[in-house]
Design a protein around this ligand. Structure first.
Ligand SMILES: [Zn+2]
Length: 325
């Protein structure tokens, strides 16, 4: 089974059916979190569009066009990605000149625009003219993590396909196959759908250090150890400097509390840190306390989003923890 078949079997089938029934649209907006398989599906559909002897919307993998596709040498497939921070109007102009050429040559053409939310306004406006009159044999796929950041005039001309976040079990299997160590499968599959991101984190010493420190901090909090307050200053703050890092720190803490909650309901299998469950069993499991702490952490995450200073947020978590009966 391919990674895409594991991640998005229903969507893959939906498009295979559309191709078989000649109902494939000309402009799609794929929306979903990183790693949910948007690019993989767009490429798969492109391969099927070009394939000379596909069956039931599934590319054959052997014909001349499939071989060109697999070798990354299919000139009628054009993928546009941000050039730096944005997709610029020149990139779209170039794409449009390809559109008009294809109309002359009569070839099928597929265009994939990754991180389409990064189109500048003028790039987006430039794309609109294509969307108003797509050629018979041209297909456009816009990929985005936030569809609200795509101009409404563009959105309204595309069929929107929503990519659901993946189940942790599914991600766990994908990660195992991609060489993620068993010890990290649980936590990484709770954090991301993106295999590359998971591999990057696994190899990152900083991430491993953070995992260890958050675990120590969680232990202090559970024991209402007064060290927990100082620890924010001595151990956590030197590690978490950016907003994304502090959010990750809070997520990791959240997982421990949620694991405790799962344990208290006898839902051990749902726990992120299977390897730590035997330690968790030593702690109190009052679900009122656990849900209160989980709410406090979620509030902390909101505060961070609102640019509240990180040390204050972490310290206030310790203080609130002391106050819970
Ligand atoms: Zn083929």
């Amino acid at each position: 089974m391919t990674e895409l078949e594991k991640k998005q079997p229903e969507l893959q089938q939906l498009f295979a059916n559309a191709i078989t029934g000649k109902r494939l649209g000309h402009a799609y907006l794929f929306e979903g979190a990183r790693g949910t398989g948007k690019m993989a599906l767009a490429e798969r559909v492109a391969q099927a569009i070009f394939c000379e002897s596909g069956h039931l919307g599934i590319p054959c993998g052997n014909c001349r066009n499939c071989r060109r596709f697999i070798e990354g040498n299919q000139p009628d497939l054009i993928v546009v990605e941000p050039d730096g921070q944005s997709i610029k109007v020149d990139q779209i102009r170039q794409l449009k000149s390809e559109f008009s050429k294809s109309a002359v040559e009569g070839n099928k053409k597929v265009y994939i625009i990754d991180q389409a939310e990064k189109m500048t306004i003028s790039a987006a406006n430039s794309l609109l003219t294509f969307l108003e009159e797509p050629g018979m044999d041209t297909y456009l796929f816009l990929l985005t993590t936030v569809k609200e950041n795509i101009l409404p005039t563009i959105r309204s001309r595309c069929q929107i396909i929503h990519f659901q976040p993946l189940k942790r079990e599914v991600m766990g299997d994908v990660f195992r196959e991609e060489g993620i160590t068993e010890k990290y499968v649980g936590v990484l599959s709770a954090l991301t759908n993106d295999t590359k991101e998971a591999q990057r984190l696994q190899a990152d010493e900083w991430f491993q250090e953070l995992l260890g420190k958050v675990w120590t901090w969680f232990n202090q909090l559970m024991k209402k150890d007064s060290m927990a307050f100082i620890y924010v200053h001595t151990d956590l703050m030197p590690l978490v400097k950016e907003r994304a890092q502090i959010t990750l720190c809070l997520d990791l803490l959240l997982f421990h509390y949620r694991d405790m909650l799962y344990l208290s309901f006898g839902h051990d299998k749902a726990a992120v840190h299977q390897e730590l469950l035997k330690h968790h069993q030593n702690f109190r499991k009052d679900s009122g306390y656990l849900t209160q702490q989980i709410e406090n952490i979620l509030d902390g995450k909101k505060a961070i989003q609102a640019n509240v200073q990180a040390q204050g947020v972490l310290e206030s978590l310790v203080i609130q923890n002391q106050l819970i009966k």
